[in-house]
Design a protein around this ligand. Sequence first.
Ligand SMILES: *Cc1c(COP(=O)(O)O)cnc(C)c1O
Length: 380
Amino acid sequence: MAGLLPKGSVVKNLLQMASPGAQALHPYQPGKPASELAREIGLEPGAIVKLASNENPLGPSPLAQAAVHELLALSRYPDGAGFELRQTLAEHLQVEPAQLTLGNGSSDLLDFVTRIFVQPGDNIVVSEHAFSLYGLNATAVGAEVREAPAKDFGHDLAAMAALVDERTRLVFITNPNNPTGTWLAEDSIRAFLAQLPEHVIAILDEAYFEYVDQDGYPDGTRLLADFPRLLVTRTFSKAYGLAALRVGYGVSSTELAELLNRVRPPFNVNAAAQAAAVAAVKDQAHVQRSVSANRLGMKQLIDAFEQLGLDYLPSVGNFLCVRLDNAKTVNAALLQRGVIVRALGGYGMPEYLRISIGTEAENKRFIDMLTEVLAQGDAA
Ligand SMILES: *Cc1c(COP(=O)(O)O)cnc(C)c1O
């Protein structure tokens, strides 16, 4: 085998050939797959509880599931323009189809907007404790990532505005924010957008939009009329329960959408994803069931944390951050018991674990294992 692999020096040369941005990168660290932990600790994958990637524990709408099963023409390319999905979304969102850009997950949109507007030497502005993909994309193209300190774990928009200069191309607002679960009201977002210089594009990442039910929480698509340099991103990976299929979208002015569609790979959203997403949009009752279940699961976890005397960050998403003096060791002890949650060292929150809200049984299993770990003190 060894003879088939390139020699060390060749690998080193490859690294030197890479762009400075790629050289500076570290791969995105996703939540550990249940199958991987199952192999490591010798359990069946079905015995693992994974509450690490903010997926919908109810799964997708049965109609979306059926749409995938009924898909027959596997030899045919998908509709590259995503006509039916864009029509369906446009109707649901009350926007024009030409304002929509489809992505292989909304991550695709984050990549497109960076590649279009950001060049080496430019910068982007993000908040502390923000989704790591924003910085990863900017670093890849040789840009500087400016991180504004958070306020009470949420975005400090004044601190973000203070970092904007003539080389700033993009600012990212996540509402609500992952992993902290904090949110911003419409008036503060409007005021922030209104004072951005004309050479800056704002991205409003609404991956958890469907879960939020707070007075004053804005629907980003309603801001587009006043802010033509705004890109709103949403996804089917979270409340819609379609994370495996990879489908998301951007909503923007038609001018910005036209640019985004220039760099979009021709068949970036596969046929199964398109069919499932169309069916999922049409089944809003399933979204409502998912949101209701999330609310109950959130309460179940909060009650347990209060019982255990643990501090947590109030969250409007489908996840919750809990504070532990020894989060890293507790995380390792939970893994040994077949429970996967997310350690947040990479998000500048080493004393927190993020737990995605699961089914009642999954939440209970997590609570039982956490209680056991804390009681045994084997995490000390
Ligand atoms: C999950 C998530 C996304 C989107 O993920 P996709 O699966 O690529 O649509 C985007 N932003 C945030 C903050 C997220 O948590």
